[in-house]
Design a protein around this ligand. Structure first.
Ligand code: SF4
Length: 78
């Protein structure tokens, strides 16, 4: 799955939403979240993010590792 990290917080540009073929990017509070079970790993969202907030799960920068958990937990709470 792809994961959205800190640069999205309070920005919510939403360019990613237009690109996602399976509509698995959702708005929630201060940022956007990618549903880990719905994401098909196509990578279309990554290059369109103006602040490089989107990473493949294995490539999330270490300081933003918590965002992977946050994306999963966001959907558990729905
Ligand atoms: Fe959607 Fe593809 Fe991005 Fe996953 S990688 S969130 S399926 S655009």
């Amino acid at each position: 799955t792809y994961v959205i990290a800190e640069p999205c917080v309070d920005l919510l540009d939403k360019a990613c939403i237009e690109e996602c073929p399976v509509d698995c990017i959702y708005e929630g509070g201060r940022m956007m979240y990618i549903h880990p079970d719905e994401c098909v790993d196509c990578g279309a969202c990554e290059p369109v993010c103006p602040v490089e907030a989107i990473y493949y799960e294995d490539d999330v920068p270490e300081q933003w590792g918590a965002y992977q958990k946050a994306n999963a937990e966001f959907f558990d709470e729905l």
